[in-house]
Ligand binder design. Structure first.
Ligand code: LLP
Length: 391
């Protein structure tokens, strides 16, 4: 049974808050670390997923690198102990200031997303008298079969350099004397559940493009496949540690162990999603004409995924299940938050144990893209983090 079910310890904590199961997080990191060794694939954790200092320090101490998307993330990662040479910086809109800061930190690689960006990094590095390590982020035009808002590797998306510009990108690289070419990055999307097929396609495409670039005289030392491994939102307890091995096997199919390339991945969600839950208290149980509402004190400002993507998060009534016992009957509710938006809904027609004012609910699989995407809309406080070993 996961630590979250030890709900009695939550009684004194002000809700809503993010609860992190430290044991599960450690277990997940250990599994990934061992597989990284076995398959020879270097892991860079995507900081945007969850940037809690305590979690980052555990990952940096475990030898993971970091994937960042702003200079603030770069500086935060370095502060949390990540080796600068293992920090990558992707993103289509890196500003001059962010490029300068990242060069000062001494990051391992800029994942460049356009030809104009190459020119700017080259000029800034030249002005600082340093060489900038860069990899080309490739837009491979692969459909990851996930939500449209988290698909990144299609030509209609703003990310990466597309095929029609490869020749021009090569010419530009040759002309930029302050850039040091490190390799290629692919990232096709997030919450990918068809793991073998989609990542197999990514591996195959990467293999072809690496060969293409090499034939054009470019030395490709590093191949980074980005992140994207999905997790089970419907059944968080079924497989709490994500299936990293199937992912690595799919990538290794086209880049066998012992080959000349250094491989990298940038998982975020799969490392931290299942370790986190948003804990909320029931403020009211309200009868509607056709349905009953459970109104909780956590809202879309605390976790925006359901409102933004229509994402499913399992909701559990901890108090009813673990305090009142098994004889409570099941009821159907719309579980909603307090925000003045109709999309502030945790779930419609959810079956929960009969729920009362004051009950604690867990909104599960909230460790990824939860707190980092939260806001103070309606002038609400930001939710705090609580760790299982601190209660
Ligand atoms: N690398 C790059 C270049 C990325 O853009 C991302 C995520 C990752 C790695 C990590 O992907 P992951 O392993 O977590 O799938 N807010 C959305 C997800 C946005 C993902 C953005 N990029 C959500 O809540 O579903």
């Amino acid at each position: 049974m996961l630590d979250i079910h030890n709900f009695e310890r939550f009684a004194e904590v002000e809700t809503p808050f993010y609860f992190y199961d430290v044991d599960l997080f450690r277990r997940t990191a250990d599994v990934l670390s061992a597989l990284s060794e076995t398959y020879g694939i270097e892991v860079h954790y995507a900081i945007k997923t969850n940037s809690e200092e305590r979690l980052l320090r555990m990952l940096s101490a475990g030898g993971f690198g970091a994937d960042c998307v702003s200079a603030n993330e770069v500086v935060h990662a370095a502060k949390c102990g990540f080796d600068p040479s293992r920090i990558m910086f992707a993103g289509v809109g890196k500003t001059d200031k962010e490029i300068r800061t990242s060069l000062e930190v001494g990051i391992g690689c800029f994942n460049v997303e356009s030809i104009p960006e190459m020119e700017v990094i080259d000029a800034i590095a030249g002005g600082m008298g340093v060489k900038a390590p860069v990899a080309l982020r490739i837009n491979p035009n692969i459909d990851p079969h996930t939500h449209k808002y988290i698909t990144t590797g299609l030509e209609e998306n703003k990310f990466g350099i597309s095929r029609f510009e490869f020749e021009a990108a090569l010419d530009k690289l040759k002309a930029c004397s302050n850039l040091e070419m490190k390799g290629l990055l692919f990232h096709i999307g997030s919450q990918i559940t068809d793991v073998s097929n989609v990542f197999g396609l990514e591996g195959k495409c990467a293999r072809e493009l690496v060969t293409w670039f090499e034939e054009k005289g470019l030395k490709v030392e590093n191949v980074d496949f980005g992140g994207g491994l999905g997790v089970d939102y419907e059944d968080p307890d079924g497989q709490p540690v994500a299936d990293f091995e199937t992912w690595m096997k799919a990538l290794r199919e086209y880049f066998p162990i012992g080959g000349p390339y250094k491989l990298h991945i940038e998982p975020g969600r799969a490392i931290v999603a299942q370790c986190g839950s948003l804990i909320a208290r029931v403020v009211y149980v309200k009868k509607g004409r056709t349905k009953n509402f459970v109104i909780v004190d956590a809202g879309m400002n605390d976790l925006i995924r359901p409102a933004l993507y229509g994402a499913y998060h399992k909701v559990e009534n901890l108090t009813a299940a673990y305090c009142r016992g098994d004889n409570t009957k099941d009821c159907v509710y719309d579980v909603v938050g307090p925000i003045c938006e109709s999309s502030d809904v945790w779930g419609e027609g959810r079956i929960l144990r009969q729920t009362r004012r004051g009950d604690l609910l867990a909104i599960r699989t909230a460790g990824a893209y939860g707190r980092t995407m939260s806001s103070q809309y309606n002038m609400r406080d930001l939710p705090k983090a609580v760790y299982s070993d601190e209660l």
